[in-house]
Design a protein around this ligand. Structure first.
Ligand SMILES: [Zn+2]
Length: 427
């Protein structure tokens, strides 16, 4: 529960080497800094010191690190605070009783103007206090009475300190997440949660049929390829949305061509799309595995979600889940996370409801996984794995047009359920 990460000292050490005489103030302590120096630099440094004097060298203190900005993001189950730093900083943690507080002290640091402005905002979460209690140290204090857990994540390039705070869950507000129930709702005890911004009217929807061209995606035993199946569904979905909802639909590809994952997200961002829907076909070593699942971006919810993301990303599994937090630390907005989750649930529910009367649908639910294609989009984004090409029954179904049409209709029903109440409300 308590993060036991040791203070980061690399940059302090680097500054010591790089900026030898800026400030005459002696450094208080950086005991493990030598471990982080390059061997060569450390050797030279030591040799020089030995030649110069036998006395303990007086080392200059680095200039204070400015906390340039503070960002707060409310996620469904936690609040994320990002301290944007001028450079990496050494920090310590301690627990205080009466009141029960966790104190994170950023050594040799100053609160910048922008950060001070954020703190004076009345929407700043009440369970976190940030103050310049000493001339050269910024203190982040977490009220442990109101939170159940926290995580600290120091990031470099650019330097940031991420503090995730998990509030005590309001049990009454948590609904079951099992089976076909709606997504769990968790209350976050600060004003931001009550003041969720209204969703803007959805105008443009990007439909992203996975793979294409030289990348066939998953291939069935009969030789059918994922890239062809998802393109057919994508084109049908475009037609349904255009015809019945009137939204502009843009395709990341409308024919059998290769498009980089990164370019798909860039395209959606550049066209200022309001929703991003990626369509894929699943595969599993066990041929009996069948059904559908809808993903949104996040840490892999389970091992198989990680495997799916690795396959779709085209990366080894060992590289797929690692560092996802680094990628999203302050990239994802609260709005995108919440709305992607909602879009995923709405779509999944509608898909199951629509297909259930025709087929024996296995509902694998809504999951999260670090899909590259969902990583950089700024709008609510989901990835639907519509069926398993490795399952003989579903492979056979995907060879026929009726199933593909129904699948397009099923996704359309989900999009409609997400989009229409908003359009009605905004009129
Ligand atoms: Zn795929």
């Amino acid at each position: 529960m308590i993060c036991s990460r040791q203070p980061t000292v690399c940059l302090v050490a680097a500054l010591l080497l790089g900026l030898p005489a800026i400030c005459p103030r002696p450094l208080l302590a950086a005991p493990s800094s030598s471990a982080h120096l390059s061997a060569e630099a450390a050797t030279h440094s030591m040799a020089r010191k030995v030649r110069q004097t036998r006395k303990k060298p007086v080392r200059p203190a680095p200039p204070p690190t400015v906390v340039k900005d503070l960002r707060v993001m409310a996620y469904p189950d936690h609040t994320r605070l990002v301290l944007v730093l001028q450079r990496d900083v050494t920090f310590t943690q301690s627990r205080q009783k009466n009141p029960d507080r966790l104190i994170i002290e950023l050594q040799n640091s100053l609160l910048g103007q922008a950060a001070r402005a954020v703190l004076s905002d009345k929407e700043f979460p009440g369970e976190i206090t940030i103050a310049q209690l000493h001339p050269r140290s910024v203190t982040v204090s977490l009220n442990m009475k109101t939170i159940s857990d926290y995580k600290l994540l120091p990031l470099t390039r650019p330097s940031r300190l991420v503090v995730d705070v998990y509030p005590h869950m309001d049990i009454g507000a948590v609904r079951s997440s099992a089976g076909a129930s709606p997504p769990p709702v968790v209350s976050i005890p600060h004003p931001r949660s009550a003041k969720r911004p209204a969703r803007p009217e959805i105008k443009t929807i990007v439909v992203d049929p996975g793979h294409g061209g030289k990348d066939p995606g998953a291939i069935g035993r009969t030789g059918i390829a994922e890239k062809d199946i998802v393109l057919k569904i994508g084109l049908k979905l475009r037609e349904l949305i255009t015809k019945h909802l009137g939204n502009q639909v843009l395709m990341t590809r409308h024919q059998d061509m290769f498009v980089e994952l990164e370019d798909r997200a860039k395209f959606a961002n550049a066209t200022e799309a309001d929703l991003f829907i990626s369509i894929h076909v699943n595969s599993h070593p066990q041929r009996s595995t069948k059904g559908l699942e809808v993903y949104h971006f996040g840490e892999a919810s389970d091992q198989r979600a990680l495997e799916v993301a690795a396959r779709e990303n085209g990366t080894p599994i060992k590289d797929t889940g690692i560092g996802w937090q680094y990628l999203v630390a302050d990239l994802l907005t609260t709005k995108k996370v919440q709305e992607s989750l909602e879009l995923a649930w709405t779509t999944k529910q509608a898909m199951v409801a629509h297909l259930d009367s025709h087929y024996d649908v296995v509902d694998h639910g809504v999951k999260t996984a670090p899909f590259y294609v969902l990583r950089n989009t700024v709008m609510p984004s989901i990835l639907a794995e519509i069926a398993f090409i490795s399952n003989p029954t579903e492979e056979r179904l995907m060879q026929g047009d009726a199933f593909l049409t129904r699948m397009a209709e099923a996704i359309f029903e989900g999009v409609k359920a997400f989009v229409q109440p908003l359009q009605t409300a905004s009129r």
